[in-house]
Design a binder for this molecule. Structure first.
Ligand SMILES: [Fe+2]
Length: 369
């Protein structure tokens, strides 16, 4: 029995949790930079709740709202400069996975003026990042509870993650009511991302007894949500929204111990080149992953199916329908992908069986023209 884990974030959950805990902001200083994307922070009400909380606590702030989907290192670097200009004591990230992941990088750049955008990938910066507070507005990323951030390298437009003790927030506010305004397609995609985190973590060679508990809880909650998505195209009600958010946190807690496997690595290319949202892009490869897991870890795979009250074929079929991938990879791009991964790649080697870059290329052939 191994429950080795590290997760130093104070997680505050529930409807109205920002308003009810404004004093938590005061321990980090008197000035902050809020890092968000263009829209969801405002539409969800999260930005308003945060600015009211900061005003109540006499904390000054400025807003940097130029973070895009799949955030670029250059934009995070600019936000870091902005934080230094206003002498920010801490960073508040508000949004879905992109702004939350970006704000982790902003906190590092802000404290390390010597870093060029690309330098962040080496994670050898000298100074500790500024303290970071996160406020989630979607139910997928799990970034609120992980020491992981996925950034797009501005030099080559490729997605790559950074991770480690400097990628955790100090406090994460997790209020499902901010997800009530999330459109149907984003709700499905983010739920698929959460499922990918739990599923990849569950069958990874890095799984332990604690990550299994987290994953199984996520499976239980997400199976309820998937049944709903398959039968109903309407927006989930409040109870379902809460279920989805908590499921994404359980999945994030699993991922934080295990990391991800090949579906995440392969999903990056569908996002980069075909603009497919992250959750659906990873889910494109989850049926292959589940089939491999059934082959090499049948007892555990049966256990997952039992929790989700399904079987291998039905589950794979459901994920395919929800992911709804319809692309053709041109020969030119295929050539590029086949040279992209070189073994050993940790996301491949912790996959069950002997998964290599050649296995990944074989799977990709399905999408060739
Ligand atoms: Fe993900």
């Amino acid at each position: 029995m191994d429950i080795t884990s590290y997760m130093p974030v104070k997680v505050v959950c529930g409807k109205g949790c920002v308003k009810a805990n404004t004093s938590l902001f005061t321990s980090f200083g008197k000035t902050c930079l809020i890092v968000t994307g263009g829209n969801s922070a405002k539409k969800s009400g999260a930005l308003r709740d945060v600015t009211e909380a900061l005003e109540k606590e006499n904390i000054s702030y400025e807003v940097f709202d130029e973070i895009t989907e799949n955030p670029y290192t250059a934009d995070c670097h600019r936000a870091g400069q902005k934080a230094r200009e206003i002498n920010a004591d801490f960073i508040v990230g508000i949004g879905g996975g992109s702004p939350l992941d970006a704000s982790k990088a902003v906190a590092i750049y802000a404290a390390n003026p010597d870093l060029a955008p690309v330098d962040i990938y080496s994670m050898t910066h000298k100074n500790k990042p500024l303290p970071l507070v996160l406020v989630g507005t979607t139910s997928g990323t799990g970034s609120e509870v992980t020491g992981v951030s996925v950034l797009t390298n501005s030099d080559n437009s490729m997605k790559k993650s950074i991770s480690g003790p400097d990628c955790y927030s100090k406090v994460s506010f997790c209020d499902y009511s901010y997800t009530l305004t999330v459109p149907y397609s984003v709700t499905v995609s983010t739920a698929l991302d959460a499922f990918a985190h739990a599923c990849e973590g569950y069958f990874s060679s890095t799984a332990n007894s604690l990550s299994d508990v987290y994953a199984e809880k996520a499976f239980e909650m997400l199976s309820e949500a998937f049944a709903f998505f398959m039968n109903d195209k309407s927006l989930p009600d409040e109870n379902m929204r809460e279920t989805l958010y908590i499921a994404s946190l359980y999945a994030g807690l699993c991922l934080n111990i295990t990391g991800t496997c090949f579906p995440h690595t392969m999903g990056y290319i569908l996002t980069e080149d075909f603009n497919i949202p992250h959750g659906r892009a990873c889910a494109a490869f989850i049926p292959d992953f589940i089939k491999i897991s059934y082959e090499f870890m049948p007892a555990k795979a049966q256990r997952m199916s039992g929790i989700m009250n399904t079987d291998c074929d039905t589950l794979c079929n459901m994920i395919e329908i929800l992911a709804d991938i319809n692309i053709t990879i041109p020969d030119e791009a295929f050539e590029r992908y086949s040279h992209r991964w070189s073994d050993p790649l940790k996301n491949f080697s912790r996959t069950p069986g002997n998964f290599t870059s050649a296995s990944a290329v074989e799977i990709l052939k399905r999408y060739m023209s």
